[in-house]
Design a protein around this ligand. Structure first.
Ligand code: NAD
Length: 298
């Protein structure tokens, strides 16, 4: 019999993860606020629960991949939350919510006899589809070991960051501070190059053969900005959330973040001028307007 697991939040990231778990032979029960997201999973072979509580009364292991800290708290601990389920033993949070959410949620879960693991992921929608995500796990060592084979179906790079809840989440925030900084500063550099008359595609080729190479030059610019498709699949609201959460950790721990503060300002600007649902690569368009440059052949 297939191992039964639950999965809540089957959007851009969670949907492909569920497909990979189904393909690996897991029986997956899903729950999501959006009917279209649920239907895509049902078509791939999943079954459905009406609420987190109902789902947590059907399976022992529940994974969540949800957008914001508030939604994670509600799904985990709200009146119809996972904590009230009768069968759940392990709660695994794949979302990026930061230690300030994962620690209190894990404490409340623990009072109900439920073990929690942090397992935020990186690698984007492409990595979720290919099953190549990096997974940053923290929590009790034995529970990590028990669930590792399942997590390896989601991402081939499963890192055990430490035994304390929050460590995996902090690791993910550090990663996204770097990736958010790379995208913002590469957009600044490319806007300047265009204004001086250099072709943007040539600039990206030069960076990728030189020391300015980063995740924006290697993936985001070639796949979503040079193409003007702006569809990398990670939105501006999520990027601002991750950078903000990272800066909050830095402030709480007394670590200066001079460059990180600039990154937060850049993403606050992109959010203020656009929408949370804008693809994060749209930040380049904000720099084009600020610098008064026309994208060649646009
Ligand atoms: P998404 O908005 O595409 O998906 C989130 C899903 O959660 C949606 O289907 C939504 O309907 C569902 N949802 C929202 N509220 C709910 C509720 N109360 N109950 C049940 N379902 C609910 O977001 P995403 O891009 O898949 O990101 C999810 C998480 O993964 C975020 O924490 C994000 O920071 C993180 N993440 C995203 C990426 C990326 O490239 N998109 C990469 C790494 C990590």
């Amino acid at each position: 019999m297939a191992t039964e697991i639950g999965f809540i939040g089957v959007g851009n990231m969670g949907g492909p993860m569920v497909n990979n778990l189904l393909a690996a032979g897991y029986a997956v029960v899903v729950c999501d606020a959006q009917q279209s997201a649920v239907e895509a999973c049902v078509n791939a072979g999943a079954t459905v629960a009406a609420s987190p509580k109902e789902l947590a009364s059907m399976v022992e292991t529940v994974l969540v991949c949800l957008p914001t800290p508030d939604i994670v708290r509600e799904v985990a601990l709200g009146s119809k939350g996972l904590v009230h389920g009768s069968k759940i033993k392990t709660y695994i949070d794949l979302s990026t919510t930061g230690p300030r959410t994962s620690i209190p949620v894990a404490e409340a879960m623990s009072e109900a006899g439920i073990v929690s693991l942090d397992a935020p992921v990186s690698g984007g929608v492409a990595g979720a589809i290919a099953g190549t995500l990096a997974v940053m796990v923290s929590g009790p060592h034995n529970d990590h070991g028990h669930h590792r084979p399942m997590l390896e179906k989601i991402g081939k790079n499963v890192f055990y960051v430490g035994d304390k809840i929050g460590m995996g989440q902090l690791m993910k925030l550090l990663n996204n501070l770097l990736s958010g900084t790379a995208l913002a500063v590469t957009s600044e550099a490319v806007a300047l190059g265009i204004k001086a008359g250099i072709d943007p595609a040539l600039m990206i080729d030069v960076f990728n053969a030189s020391s300015g190479r980063n995740t924006a030059t290697e993936a985001k610019f070639p796949n979503a900005i040079l193409t003007r498709s702006f569809d990398i699949g990670f939105n501006t609201g999520l990027m601002f959330k991750d950078v903000r959460l990272c800066l909050e950790e830095a402030e709480a721990l007394g670590v200066p973040m001079f460059v990180g503060s600039g990154t937060r300002q850049a993403w606050a600007y992109a959010l203020g001028k656009g929408e949370p649902a804008d693809d994060s690569t749209v930040i380049m368009q904000h720099y084009e307007k600020l610098a008064a440059v026309e994208w060649p052949n646009d």
